[in-house]
Design a protein around this ligand. Structure first.
Ligand code: SF4
Length: 64
């Protein structure tokens, strides 16, 4: 699993960081930032799926 973010759509709700704090943080203006590069460890897949489904802006894309 890989995860990407549409920075233009992100509105900084931080729902993603609540769902998967190991994967999503915030940048200097409070929008989301992906904290890991490359493949998401399997143990975090469920959290990332929750983050993706909770994002109100549909800014998170999962690729498998
Ligand atoms: S929930 Fe979506 S829009 Fe909000 S900070 Fe996270 S990625 Fe951005």
């Amino acid at each position: 699993m890989r995860v990407s973010l549409d920075y233009d759509s992100c509105q900084g709700h931080q729902m993603c960081a609540i769902a998967a704090p190991e994967v999503f943080g915030s940048d200097e203006i409070g929008n989301a930032k992906i904290l890991i590069s490359g493949d998401v460890p399997e143990a975090l897949h469920a959290k990332v799926r929750r983050a993706e489904s909770n994002c109100p802006e549909r800014a998170i894309t999962i690729t498998e």
